[in-house]
Write a protein that binds this ligand. Structure first.
Ligand SMILES: [Zn+2]
Ligand SMILES: [Zn+2]
Length: 139
């Protein structure tokens, strides 16, 4: 009997923790405007787990219903955690970067590229700094 993998995650401030069971069924990098607004990020990585596979182990998220879908987030720090779409009951959609090991869930596709911010194309060629970027210097 194969063991179903268990993954852990939570919000930035630590008030909310969860565990989610199962192999990732799909991973996607979403450019839609709703994800951008809800996260404050230029795109959001999602990992789709089987239905009812997530259990809150500490705290409980706040939910906002928008465009017929529910976005769950930490009311203390604002971290987006979960997306629930009644039209897709076969999935538990977890914000990949709320998982403790997001590197284990690389996106398999990009969706809603119709909404993509044009400057996303230039991101891979930008200067890179190991830590913070240098501050602008007054001359
Ligand atoms: Zn929090
Ligand atoms: Zn989206």
């Amino acid at each position: 009997m194969s063991e179903i993998p268990l993954h852990h995650g939570g919000c930035l401030c630590g008030a909310i923790r969860y565990e989610v069971r199962g192999p990732a069924m799909q991973t996607s990098f979403c450019h839609c405007e709703d994800c951008r607004k809800a996260s404050g990020a230029p795109a959001v990585a999602w990992t789709f787990f089987p239905p009812n596979s997530l259990r809150w182990t500490q705290g409980a998220p706040r939910e906002i219903r928008f465009a017929e879908r529910i976005r769950s987030f930490c009311a203390d720090c604002g971290s987006p955690l979960l997306f629930t779409d009644p039209a897709l009951p076969q999935f538990t959609e977890v914000n990949t970067c709320s998982l403790d090991d997001p590197a284990a869930f690389p996106p398999g596709d990009q969706c809603w590229v119709a909404d993509e911010i044009p400057w996303m194309h230039s991101v891979p060629s930008l200067p890179r700094f190991e830590l913070t970027s240098p501050l602008p210097v007054d001359e």
